[in-house]
Design a protein around this ligand. Structure first.
Ligand SMILES: [Fe+2]
Ligand SMILES: [Fe+2]
Length: 285
């Protein structure tokens, strides 16, 4: 501690990929030098096409490490039904990472990815019962005070104004898992709209809730809703008392990604919120 994480999503190498934005993003990433770069899925536009994997593989090599990457629904073949049903992660594991449920650790920090994209679904996602049990086992092995972060491609709460019904099919089970394991942040993507909120926004019955850090599409032309044609990523700064999330949006007239909002949350420790030290409180009004 302190740590800096960079969160990008929905890169979509292929026809929607914008190489100019990708170059800007790489420059931002090298300037930031994050402790971890998280990519929450949809690396390619269509997993059936090997060239798109070559493009994204070469691009990811230009970005700083370490990197934690989970597959999205676009990273599973669509046209090749045999591959889709029987070897859905073949291209991902060949080109990107052998691990579709990756874990990254630093002292006081655990970032755990879960693959929500499956061959038998096209758009929606799910964490299987087996995956939920494994994630629970992983999250529970860290001592209290550890900042636990989950990374999924699919989201678990519909952001305000978004098209409803595209959350993972067992979102309640996943939200409950995060709540009982004390997961402080969920990083996700999928619907190409950025959103910073809490699982309490959709589930006020939860005991503690988990901060939602959702990125829009970072490098593609497929932004949706209020982010149609727009691109975004997030920067997450974590210290012993605070989690600060900065939303970065590409602004045409600025010609670069700029910070458009910051969200500051008190850290949670052993189930209670650790309020910031008075010296860290900015009370300008
Ligand atoms: Fe996507
Ligand atoms: Fe997606």
């Amino acid at each position: 501690m302190p740590y800096v994480l960079m969160h990008v999503s929905d890169l979509h190498a292929g026809w929607p990929f914008n190489p100019d934005l990708a170059r800007l993003l790489a420059a931002d990433a090298h300037a930031l030098q994050p402790d971890l770069l998280v990519v929450s899925g949809d690396l390619v536009q269509r997993a059936d096409f090997p060239h798109q994997w070559q493009v994204i593989k070469a691009y990811l090599r230009q970005l700083p490490g370490p990197q934690l990457i989970v597959p999205g629904n676009h990273d599973v073949p669509l046209l090749n039904v045999f591959d889709r049903l029987f070897r859905p992660y073949r291209q991902f594991t060949r080109h990107i990472s052998s691990e579709i449920n990756p874990v990254f650790e630093l002292p006081g920090l655990a970032v755990v990815g879960g693959c929500t994209a499956h061959g038998w679904t096209v758009d929606g996602g799910r964490l299987s019962r087996d995956q939920i049990a494994k994630l629970e086992g992983i999250f529970r092995r860290y001592p209290s005070g550890t900042c636990k972060i989950a990374v999924l491609h699919h989201h678990v709460i519909d952001p305000p104004g978004s098209q409803p019904g595209r959350i993972i099919s067992n979102a309640d089970d996943v939200v409950d898992l995060f709540d009982r394991c004390g997961v402080e942040v969920l990083m996700c993507g999928h619907i190409h709209v950025s959103y910073i909120g809490s699982t309490l926004d959709g589930r006020p019955d939860l005991e503690r809730g988990t901060i939602i850090c959702q990125s829009g599409t970072t490098t593609s032309t497929r932004g949706k809703g209020r982010e149609a044609g727009k691109n975004s990523y997030n920067v997450i700064e974590i210290d012993d008392t605070t989690i600060r999330i900065t939303q970065q949006l590409f602004l045409e007239n600025a010609g670069r990604f700029v910070p458009v909002a910051q969200h500051i949350y008190p850290r949670r420790s052993a189930g209670v919120y650790a309020l910031p030290e008075p010296s860290a409180i900015d009370d300008r009004r």
